[in-house]
Ligand binder design. Sequence first.
Ligand code: GAL
Length: 828
Amino acid sequence: MKMKQFNLLSLFLILINSFGSANSTIVSHDERAITIDGQRRILLSGSIHYPRSTSDMWPDLISKAKDGGLDTIETYVFWNAHEPSRRQYDFSGNLDLVRFIKTIQGAGLYSVLRIGPYVCAEWNYGGFPVWLHNMPDMKFRTINPGFMNEMQNFTTKIVNMMKEESLFASQGGPIILAQIENEYGNVISSYGAEGKAYIDWCANMANSLDIGVPWIMCQQPHAPQPMIETCNGFYCDQYKPSNPSSPKMWTENWTGWFKNWGGKHPYRTAEDLAFSVARFFQTGGTFQNYYMYHGGTNFGRVAGGPYITTSYDYDAPLDEYGNLNQPKWGHLKQLHTLLKSMEKPLTYGNISTIDLGNSVTATVYSTNEKSSCFIGNVNATADALVNFKGKDYNVPAWSVSVLPDCDKEAYNTARVNTQTSIITEDSCDEPEKLKWTWRPEFTTQKTILKGSGDLIAKGLVDQKDVTNDASDYLWYMTRVHLDKKDPIWSRNMSLRVHSNAHVLHAYANGKYVGNEIVRDNKFDYRFEKKVNLVHGTNHLALLSVSVGLQNYGPFFESGPTGINGPVKLVGYKGDETIEKDLSKHQWDYKIGLNGFNHKLFSMKSAGHHHRKWSTEKLPADRMLSWYKANFKAPLGKDPVIVDLNGLGKGEVWINGQSIGRYWPSFNSSDEGCTEECDYRGEYGSDKCAFMCGKPTQRWYHVPRSFLNDKGHNTITLFEEMGGDPSMVKFKTVVTGRVCAKAHEHNKVELSCNNRPISAVKFASFGNPSGQCGSFAAGSCEGAKDAVKVVAKECVGKLNCTMNVSSHKFGSNLDCGDSPKRLFVEVEC
Ligand code: GAL
């Protein structure tokens, strides 16, 4: 008897060991869905990248995600942020991954950990550390011993950190899935047979780490078993996993798009995003993740590229600052609630589809207990009136109606009842005008004139090979002796540089020759400008500036950066052109700029260099200049931004912390924006874009946690191109106005986001028309004065909810049978 007890106990212990803890969760999958403790689940997930916000923002972002109807948070893990130098790790502050996952757990949500460690993500170098590239015989993402060793080392490190804190579901933690690699299927063919061998190795390596939950590989058809393949894109309804026992999963539903310097603002409508989600669930999907749910900010130099902006707002349901992006957030929330209520039929029900003609399909999911239906109209222009199970339904073009009981339409993706919030910048009382001090980028003259650097090489070198990406800036300097008899000597001589520098500044004998700024993706170009040279020794200095390292594409790690040459002097004598190639000369290199190396932005160094900052003759439009000013933090809790209009290009720090690169002088092109945005038809990142001919990014997020509430704060600017800091202003972002266009028989909720509703600007129940800001009454209106009805319900309150009905707003026979709507605009 005793013996038997012992055996049972050891069996129990073995079980606990293999799953980590007694309250472990078993995550698995079958052909239909991810199963959690044996139950098939509908999982609604959203990406939030922990380093793109500050850790004090995490609880609020996660709770807004939960409130928006999500049950899972997905994040990548950012290798180059965590291992900036080989075997030196950083998991502090906003990089505290364990704390982030625990915050998700604390909110009662699941998490998907996309370790990568290649992540793409518009993150610098796709997440790879540049030291890795600079190891001998290195090749990324293929069969290469050095690479595989480092990738395995980092992946194991992350897995072990999670295990130590019992964060995998198998240990009772929130992580239900982990990802290895990222979209390798998109590039695998470029790697030949080694590509296949590499992805097999990835699968084996991941598998051997024994995490107790499934691994996924996104965009990886025929993923090696037991990896689960998943889809990424604006739509994944047409996606079918190549493995019939894989469930249909969507790891990246792009909620908008990222921005490039010189690009416009992307905008994906709530209608289209909801349509893509509803279509996915109509067609058998069970796991869906929004990429991004909160995009956030590329602080410091983490923006990828080339040319990814500091803002990574992404037009996501939560905006860069963490505010609800309405109506997107609310319109999706309603859909989530319904999908969750349909979980059993969607995951266990029999599926039948009925073709209703003209690209309209009804799908019935039925179990013995409950049936749920969708009616989808994928026609991009024609609305449909269809008869389904004996009832008529009006399904607008490019929309899906959701009928949780297969009878009543509870939701249509194109009928938005959620308010639109117009976010505005609020001028703060403090400070009115900043008092700036400035100083030149010191000893630049020494560099430019004398060419003194930190290392010497014969020939031209690739920028990242030399800098290890420790700085955006690299000086290339050489001397050239010209005597009177030199064949190139002429009245008309020029400097010709073949370059991949994102921005190039050229100097000859201490004088500025000119610059080249890459536009329209022409990253490989020839710069040529006239130069004044002298008999004797001439000094040439070329400043190469990088604006985010490439993050996507086969072999992206080995793409050229900096000035790869040839660099020539060219003499023009009549018809004759004579070239002098300097590419093989001796070149001096200087990494970074002195002000950066001396940390002029840091609070610690401020005192030390105090005397060199001047209040006299504040220059505007002076290249390579540092500016500094003190300011008081705006009162309250609203998110803070700094308006950098008037500046050129550079980097900005608040109290020593970099809030990123700035470039407000870079306008988007005047073309490609339309007044009207039609949600119907396929979305692409250019569709419905706005802000043509305007700075791509004028406002920069200043996280509250970077500021001292009391006492003074310091802003430091490094201005590379030349700009005027006198217009720089701190502001807060608030909800300025709120509009809604709600449909009859629904509820409308209005909220000014923690501020009271102050006035009703417009309200009409009937057939009003127009856009928010220019609503107009139609030919029929309810009998009651809608403005008064709304004012009574809402003015002075933080939020209000009203039924959109004739009962509330009075009936009106003139409207006939046509469906009525309430258009309303309130001031905050
Ligand atoms: C995907 C990639 C993501 C992100 C996205 C665009 O291809 O997996 O990391 O780069 O594109 O935002």
